[in-house]
Design a protein around this ligand. Structure first.
Ligand code: IMO
Ligand code: MG
Length: 427
């Protein structure tokens, strides 16, 4: 079979959870490889409607082993609550495993995420305030605490005491806040550790066995390419790599094992939080997209900024990921639109740019150059066969394939499983 990475091609919220839930039907394993509970993967299936923040979207398939990889930062109460909620809906979670190398989000990470945002004032990044940036910073600064550390209480207490001494100094002396109690945090996290113990493993042998057995393994990305710390709109980015390359690092397999890279895109584009977005629509068209597609954050409830499909950014996304195929979601949102625009280049002063600039000061000045295609009447949400799509919808997809030099193999026309349409056979 194959190892397949599912990557967000835009600024997140592309429908990665929906695509994974669909593809997991035949998958032996689904592993999350990056981010934390800043992700909000909405999945609607016969078990109900779920907003998964940490648990891989393969959890609904009893035969699919699900893994939270070493590249993820785990907030224990969020994960435990998520597991609880799944169990209450009749979902079996006995096939879920958490990497012992995954770093933990600690209470000070969440406090510091908020305090750092407030310090930035008008230049706030618009983070999800889930402690993601501070937790990944500590991982790299070698000041993190890992899931596996909770299993050895004496060593955990020693590590926590020395780290908290420093964190308390920052909280008190930089921000004028009260210190956190070592005893309280220790007790709280020992309690979480006891609950998580049955799930925590060295995931390496589990994944390598699945590869040896020739299974279908899906690596579920979080966030999107344009939020990558290196290739996104820095500093308006997240703190771990959502790219296909992050897939191999985030679960500990060789890049040579990866066979397919699926880029997930919306038929338009959205962004939550601050930072440049050349095709943003601040008019009634943007409002119409937001209303029709219910574009409000699954994690924070914030209204998402909406805009036309940006093919310049999407091409760049293809370059840094090497997509072998694409999935396009929310095509039904355009039902009844008289015309649909695609941004094919940027105008920068008197220049035409067809590549995505690395400097946000440049990107902020870029004006989109649009190509306009005819819309269709619809509705298309009841169509299950690609050949039945209105010719204008097929033309829109064909033009995107041409611009991105990559086939669109999956198209969704609604949030339910049966509304995912296979244009061509996949792996
Ligand atoms: P999924 O997996 C959309 C955005 C935040 C903010 C920036 C930094 O659902 O696609 P962070 O809390 O990560 O430090 O915030 O990144 N962001 C997302 N936007 N979807 C996500 O995940 C996101 N995860 C983070 O809004 O702009
Ligand atoms: Mg999201």
């Amino acid at each position: 079979m194959a190892v397949v990475v599912i990557v967000g091609g835009q600024w997140g919220d592309e429908g990665k959870g929906k695509v994974v839930d669909f593809l997991a039907e035949k998958a032996d394993m689904v592993a999350r490889f990056s981010g934390g509970d800043n992700a909000g993967h909405t999945v609607i299936n016969p078990y109900g409607e779920f907003r998964l923040h940490l648990v891989p979207a393969g959890i609904f398939r009893a035969h699919t082993t699900c893994i939270v990889g070493n590249g993820v930062v785990v907030n224990p109460p969020v994960l435990l609550e998520e597991i609880n909620n799944l169990q209450e809906h009749g979902v079996d979670t006995s096939h879920l495993f958490i990497s012992d190398r995954a770093h933990l989000i600690m209470p000070y990470h969440i406090l510091l995420d908020g305090l750092e945002e407030e310090r930035r004032g008008g230049k706030a990044l618009g983070t999800t305030r889930r402690g993601i940036g501070p937790a990944f910073s500590d991982k790299i600064a070698r000041m993190g605490i890992r899931t596996g550390d909770l299993l050895n209480k004496d060593a955990f207490r020693n590590r926590l005491s020395s780290i908290l001494e420093f964190k308390n100094a920052v909280l008190c002396k930089v921000y004028g806040k009260s210190p956190l109690s070592v005893d309280e945090v220790f007790e709280q996290y020992c309690h979480y550790g006891d609950k998580l113990r049955p799930f925590v493993r060295d995931i390496g042998p589990i994944i390598r066995e699945a590869i040896r057995n020739n299974g279908l393994i899906l690596l579920e990305g979080a966030q999107g390419t344009l939020l990558d710390p290196d290739f996104g709109t820095y500093p308006y980015v997240t703190s771990s790599s959502p790219l296909a390359g992050g897939g191999s690092l985030g679960v500990g397999i060789s890049p040579r094992e990866i066979n397919h890279i699926v880029g997930v895109f919306k038929a338009y584009i959205t962004r939550v939080g601050s930072g440049p977005m050349p095709t943003e629509l601040k008019d009634e068209v943007g409002e119409l997209i937001r209303r029709k597609a219910n574009e409000y954050g699954a994690t924070t409830g914030r209204p998402r900024r909406c805009g036309w499909f940006d093919a310049v950014a999407a091409r760049f996304s293809g370059e840094v990921n090497g997509f072998t195929e694409l999935a396009l979601t929310h095509l039904d949102t355009f039902d009844g639109f008289p015309s649909i625009k695609i941004c094919t280049a940027y105008r920068l002063d008197n220049e035409i740019l067809d590549s995505f600039p690395g400097d946000i000061a440049v990107l902020e000045k870029c004006q989109p150059i649009y190509e306009e295609l005819s819309g269709w009447q619809g509705p298309i949400d009841g169509i299950r066969d690609f050949a039945q799509f209105p010719s204008e919808a097929r033309r829109y997809l064909a033009r995107l394939e041409e611009l991105l030099c990559c086939p669109i193999n999956l198209v969704s026309v609604g949030s339910r499983r049966e509304q995912m349409i296979k244009v061509r056979p996949t792996f």
